[in-house]
Design a protein around this ligand. Structure first.
Ligand SMILES: [Zn+2]
Length: 213
């Protein structure tokens, strides 16, 4: 896909509560014209968040063209998290991790949709939450595919997610396919999400030892 890139998201140490209204406003604008991939990775006690989106020909040189969605998302993050929020381009892609389980998630039926928090990954040493947001062609909702990848260790996700407004769809796959960060035109397993769009962002760490990937 032209100008698709993965960016690491830095939002400070999480000391100040984000302005979720500003985040939702910016994301709604984005999703009105394009899709958005969000990835939150947990390795041991570290978490790191990424986004994948189609930007412009100037993104790689930090010279975005007018109307670039990467630049718009950067402004949205600053409006929500403060001026230190940043998008840092991931040049080499995300490395493969030893995932053994894969599950789809969706909001619990009948309940008001609540955002997924990055903290839901806390029970596992190897975990990855991928959200693929796609614009809904007809309605004022967005379509969302939520996929949880887990290593062999750690609790059953059905139990770990209980009471958090989200549920596992079907039985988890015991042989998880390797995640391929992309923005597919037709994401499998997507459902309408009627709530405000969100990003499950992990608080930034002062000095990442290596790209969490
Ligand atoms: Zn750009």
């Amino acid at each position: 896909m032209n100008n698709f890139a993965i960016w690491r998201v830095e939002v400070g140490d999480g000391a100040a509560a984000p302005r979720v209204d500003q985040l939702a406003l910016g994301l709604r604008r984005h999703l009105g014209v394009s899709g958005l991939l969000s990835i939150t990775v947990r390795i041991a006690d570290r978490q790191q968040s990424y986004v994948g989106l189609v930007g412009c020909g100037g993104c790689a040189r930090a010279r975005c063209l007018p109307g670039c969605l990467t630049e718009a998302l950067r402004r949205t993050l600053c409006a929500a998290y403060g001026p230190s929020a940043a998008l840092l381009r991931v040049q080499t892609g995300l490395s493969q991790r030893p995932y053994r389980r894969m599950s789809r998630l969706r909001p619990v039926a009948g309940a008001s949709p609540v955002p997924l928090d990055a903290a839901i990954l806390a029970p596992w040493n190897e975990a990855r939450l991928e959200l693929v947001w796609t614009p809904h062609p007809l309605q004022r909702t967005t379509l969302l595919t939520s996929t949880l990848y887990l290593g062999a260790e750690g609790p059953d996700p059905v139990e770990a997610l209980a009471g958090q407004g989200w549920q596992i769809v079907g039985a988890p796959l015991r042989r998880a396919p390797a995640p391929r960060p992309s923005l597919p035109l037709l994401a499998l397993g997507r459902t309408a999400f009627a709530g405000a769009p969100f990003l499950p962002l992990a608080a930034s760490l002062p000095s990442p030892r290596a790209e969490a990937r």
